[in-house]
Design a protein around this ligand. Structure first.
Ligand code: AMP
Length: 490
C-alpha cells in the first residue's frame, strides 16, 4: 500500500516521474493532452479522433475510457484502500454479473427515473428475445443475489461490498461517463439508526485514509413510505400551482417523479423548489426520531455533515436517511454540475428486498465513484509516494547475455525488485540512456565475460561506480542497497 504526501515539491517530483513513465510507455500523451481530451489518464483528443475517423481507425466507445499505465497507481491506491477498510470493518466481497435482466432495474430503481428511462444500455438475447441491461448501479444486483442465495439465513447483519464497472447511457461530459467504476457497500437486516451512522463513519474513515479533506456529507431523510405519500401530495400541489415557472423536464416530473424537481439544477426550478414545503416538516415522530439519532451519532463520531433538504437521490428505492458526499470548497463543489460533483451517495432502502421478491428486510447502502475520487485526490494535491518506476535496469551485451539476463530478471521479479529491461536493444550506450530516462538507480550489466563466470556488473547510475557481483548473490546485494535507500554505497 502506498502512502501519501501533500506537498508542492513532491508534486513536481511526481510529475517528473510520470513524464518518464509516459515516455517509457511510448504513449503520445502530449499530443492527446493538447487536444484537451485527457481525463483521468484517458487520452481522447477531439482533433485526434477526427483524424482517426478519416483514416478509418477504430476508436474507443464514447464516454468510456482506457486507464493508461501511468494512471494505474491511483486506481490501485483507491481500490486497495477501500478493500482494506471494508474488509477491516467485516464487509465481505460479492461480485455480480455485468448484465442483469432489465426487469431487475425497472422494478427496483423505478421506470420513471433517469437511470432506467433514459440511461440503460439494453440488449436482447437472440433466442428468446429476453431483455438484459448492463448494470447501471450496484444495489439492485446485490439485492437480487442476496435473495437468490438465501443470505437472510446468514448471521445478521449481512455486510457485502462490491467493486467494478457500471454503465449509464448518458451524455458524456466532465465527471460523467458512460462506463464508470464504483465500489459500494450494503448492509442487510438492521433497522437501527446506528447502521446508517456506522456506514457514514466508515466512509469518512476511508476518505481520511485516502488523505482527502475537502469534502462533506449532505444528509436528508425521505421519511417512511406513509410520510412520503403524504408529502408527495403536498409537493405536487405546490408544483402544480407553480407549473408555469418550471422547466419542461420538471413539468413532466410533477406526475412521474416530483421529488426530482427538488434537486433540479435549473434556476427557475430551484426557485420553485426553495419555496416548496419540506419533507422534514411532514415526518412521523418515529421517522424524525430515527433521523435525529443518526445526526446525533454523526456529531459524536465527528463526521462532517450538513442537512440538505434538496438531497433526494434519483432512485425510487430509497426510504429514510439519504446522503451524498460532495467536495466542500466552492470551487470543488461545481454548482453548475450539481450531482456530478458528488463523490459518493447512499441511503436506507427498507422496502427493496421485499419488492424484488424477498422477505421484508431493512437495508442500507452506499456507492462511491472511483473516477470522481481519483479526480478529487488530484485536486487536493495528494501525491502517492509509491514509486512505480524501476529500481534496477538490466542491460545485456550479446545474444547469450540476453538469456542470462532473463534468468536474472526472473530472480529479481521473484524478490519483488522492480526492474526495467530492453532485450531488444544492443550496445551499452542506448541501454544506459534508457535506464537513466526511466530513473533506475542501479544498472545490472551482463556481457560475454559475465555469462562465462556467472557474474554481473552492478553499476550505480549516479556515481558511475561499478563492481562485480555473482549472479547468485545479486538479489541479496541489491536488497542491501535498495533497503538502505543509499545511492552512494558503492
Ligand atoms: P449514484 O449511484 O448515482 O448515486 O452514484 C454513486 C457515485 O458514483 C456518485 O456519487 C458518483 O461519484 C459516481 N457516478 C455516478 N454516475 C457517474 C457517471 N456517469 N460517471 C462517473 N461517475 C459517476
Amino acid at each position: 500500500m502506498s502512502g501519501t504526501k501533500k506537498s508542492q515539491k513532491n508534486k513536481a517530483g511526481q510529475r517528473e516521474r510520470s513524464s518518464r513513465n509516459d515516455n517509457r510507455q511510448g504513449q503520445k500523451t502530449t499530443r492527446a493532452g493538447s487536444g484537451g481530451g485527457v481525463k483521468n489518464g484517458t487520452a481522447r483528443g477531439a482533433a485526434g479522433n477526427h483524424k482517426a475517423v478519416e483514416r478509418g481507425r477504430i476508436k474507443g466507445p464514447r464516454g468510456m475510457h482506457d486507464v493508461l499505465p501511468q494512471e494505474q497507481k491511483y486506481w490501485e491506491y483507491v481500490v486497495e484502500t477501500a478493500k482494506m477498510v471494508l474488509r477491516g470493518w467485516d464487509w465481505q466481497r460479492l461480485d455480480t454479473p455485468l448484465l442483469e435482466e432489465t426487469a431487475l432495474f425497472t422494478r427496483s430503481i423505478g421506470e420513471d427515473t433517469d437511470i432506467v428511462s433514459k440511461e440503460l444500455f439494453e440488449t436482447k438475447t437472440r433466442g428468446s428475445g429476453a431483455r438484459y441491461s448492463l448494470r447501471p448501479e450496484g444495489t439492485a444486483p446485490v439485492v437480487r443475489a442476496y435473495i437468490e442465495h438465501g443470505m437472510r439465513s446468514w448471521p445478521k447483519p449481512v455486510k457485502l461490498y462490491y467493486v467494478g464497472p457500471f454503465f449509464r447511457y448518458d451524455r458524456p461530459q466532465s465527471g460523467r461517463y458512460r462506463q464508470m467504476h464504483q465500489f459500494g457497500m450494503e448492509v442487510f437486516g438492521s433497522a437501527a439508526a446506528a447502521t446508517e451512522a456506522e456506514m457514514m463513519y466508515v466512509a469518512n474513515t476511508l476518505f481520511q485514509q485516502l488523505g482527502l479533506e475537502d469534502y462533506t456529507f449532505h444528509i436528508n431523510t425521505l421519511g417512511d413510505a406513509a410520510d412520503r405519500q403524504e408529502y408527495l401530495k403536498v409537493l405536487k400541489e405546490h408544483l402544480r400551482r407553480n407549473r408555469r415557472k418550471l422547466s419542461r423536464e420538471s413539468k413532466e416530473r410533477i406526475t412521474t417523479n416530483p421529488l426530482r424537481v427538488l434537486d433540479s439544477k435549473d434556476e427557475k426550478d430551484q426557485q420553485v423548489a426553495n419555496t416548496a414545503p419540506q419533507l422534514i416538516d411532514h415526518l412521523s415522530e418515529e421517522a424524525r426520531d430515527h433521523f435525529d439519532k443518526v445526526l446525533r451519532m454523526l456529531d459524536e463520531l465527528e463526521v462532517p455533515y450538513e442537512v440538505k433538504p434538496s438531497v433526494v437521490r434519483g432512485l425510487d428505492y430509497y426510504t429514510g436517511t439519504v446522503w451524498e458526499v460532495v467536495p466542500k470548497s466552492p470551487e470543488g463543489e461545481r454548482a453548475d454540475l450539481g450531482q456530478q460533483s458528488s463523490l459518493a451517495g447512499g441511503g436506507r432502502y427498507d422496502g427493496l428486498v421485499k419488492r424484488l421478491g424477498g422477505k421484508d428486510t431493512p437495508a442500507v447502502g452506499m456507492a462511491f465513484g472511483i473516477e470522481r475520487i481519483i479526480e478529487q485526490i488530484k485536486k487536493e494535491g495528494i501525491e502517492l509516494t509509491a514509486t512505480d518506476g524501476p529500481q534496477v535496469f538490466v542491460a545485456q551485451l550479446s545474444d547469450r547475455a540476453k538469456l542470462a539476463a532473463m534468468k536474472v530478471m526472473k530472480k529479481l521479479q521473484e524478490a519483488q525488485i522492480r526492474f526495467a529491461e530492453s532485450v531488444d536493444r544492443d550496445g551499452m550506450q542506448p541501454q544506459l540512456k534508457l535506464a537513466d530516462r526511466l530513473g533506475a538507480k542501479w544498472v545490472v550489466v551482463i556481457g560475454q565475460k559475465e555469462v562465462m563466470d556467472g557474474s554481473v556488473i552492478l553499476r550505480n547510475v549516479e556515481s558511475g561506480m561499478q563492481e562485480v557481483v555473482s549472479q547468485d548473490n545479486l538479489v541479496e546485494e541489491l536488497q542491501k542497497r535498495i533497503d538502505l535507500g543509499s545511492i552512494s554505497s558503492l
